[in-house]
Design a binder for this molecule. Structure first.
Ligand code: LRH
Ligand code: MN
Length: 393
């Protein structure tokens, strides 16, 4: 590989960081079953321990996303606990995600619920989450709501828009000077007729109604078949509405498969769009959002981090200056070859060397296997995990 390419990869890898989800280490499933793993994390401390091990092995995951009610059952009172775990395991709390689903009260919605009392309950949880983010010096409040309906004619979509705008504006007003709120959209599930924040346009309009600190979060699993996700990201970057990414992969719907497992070229195209924007996309939060139902939790997380790192390195090999000339000259085949040849490039030797020069294991997955970490945590956690129930109904 040309020295110039190695330099490009090194420069890209020096700045590439990816946030990992605390829930990626927990026992999760689908409505058809949850398959318990002995080494799965149940407590917040175990989730931070696993996140710390992923950071030790990869060097590029300094923050872990927090889902408030899953990781901080005592809310604001758990801030000192999280601070202690940060010190113990060497990873920081990253984006803060309120839980605006699951509670019985949210049957007909949270911030879009026809009941003003329930909307106030949801708003209070978002305001508490803002205070938690301040307590943990986290930049991003990351909001996803499952709000919607299952049958035509059963809810007023327009009134629900107004209620959401009220809730999002109230939350935006509470943000600190360096904080942002990210609004995540999803076309369906768990609602199957209409979802209140179903696509990027709805999320963008809600951001504009909330204020300048509100940006759109793009979850790669939240698009109808055939949607051009990198085009959506191009629009959001161009219109200063791009807040960040939740990465995973899917064949059909929000399948929660590990990133790059089904369509690695799509993630390459997404990273290429972000890199081509330079500083305009610098503040984008890049996060993994996966639940690992069948693969080993630690293996799946490390495999995903390494895969994202390698696809980012490939995208960084694109000669964007030359590409722009070929694009505007409509020299199609040359432009495609200039773009795609980077994807064909095997960056693994250069990425292994980058890790080696930073005292990191050349192959984090191999190092995990050699470390016996999963076997050890499996022995420690087996008893509790085998007690946990796995039935849906
Ligand atoms: C919703 C979602 C959201 C999280 C959840 C774990 O599908 O993508 O980002 O709150 O997964
Ligand atoms: Mn998500």
């Amino acid at each position: 590989m040309k020295d110039q390419s190695v330099e490009q990869i090194d420069k890209a890898l020096d700045q590439f960081r990816i946030e990992i989800p605390s829930w990626g280490f927990a026992n999760t499933g689908t409505r058809f079953g949850k398959f318990i793993q002995d080494a799965a994390a149940t407590t917040t401390a175990e989730k931070f321990a696993d996140a710390g091990e992923v950071f030790r092995l990869t060097g590029i995951t300094p923050t872990v996303a927090i889902h408030v009610l899953w990781d901080m059952p005592n809310g604001l009172d758990d801030v000192p606990v999280i601070r202690g775990l940060e010190r113990k395991y060497g990873v920081r709390a990253g984006s803060i995600k309120p839980n605006l689903f699951e509670a019985q009260e949210y049957k007909f919605g949270s911030i879009a619920n026809p009941s003003a009392e329930i909307r106030q309950m949801a708003i209070q949880h978002m305001l508490d989450s803002v205070e938690i983010a301040k307590g943990l010096e986290s930049r991003d409040l990351s909001i996803w709501v499952s709000d919607g309906s299952n049958y035509p004619g059963t809810q007023s979509v327009r009134r629900r828009i107004r209620w959401m705008e009220e809730a999002m504006s109230a939350t935006h007003a509470a943000l600190g000077p360096n904080q942002r709120m990210l609004i995540e959209y999803k076309p369906f599930e768990p609602a199957f007729y209409h979802t209140d924040i179903a696509d990027w346009g709805m999320a963008m309009l809600l951001c504009q109604a909330s204020g300048a600190k509100a940006k759109v979060l793009v979850d790669t699993g939240h698009h109808l078949q055939g949607t051009n996700i990198e085009q959506i990201i191009a629009w959001l970057i161009e219109k200063d509405g791009f807040g960040g990414l939740h990465l995973n992969d899917r064949k059909y719907a929000d399948d929660d498969l590990t990133l790059g497992s089904i369509d690695p070229y799509q993630l390459f195209r997404i990273f290429a769009e972000i890199l081509s924007a330079g500083a305009k996309a610098d503040s984008a939060a890049v996060m993994i959002d996966q639940s690992h139902n069948l693969k080993g939790k630690m293996e799946a997380m490390i495999q995903s981090v390494v895969t994202a790192q390698e696809l980012y390195a490939r995208a960084a090999l694109i000669d964007f200056k030359r590409l722009a000339e070929l694009q505007d000259a409509c020299r199609l085949v040359e432009a495609e070859e200039c773009f795609r040849s980077a994807f064909w490039t095997d960056v693994r030797p250069a990425t292994r060397a980058w890790r080696g020069r930073r005292g990191l294991a050349a192959d984090p997955l191999q190092e995990l296997a050699a470390s016996g970490y999963v076997e050890r945590t499996g022995r420690e956690r087996r008893e509790r995990n085998r007690q946990s129930t796995a039935t849906y109904a």
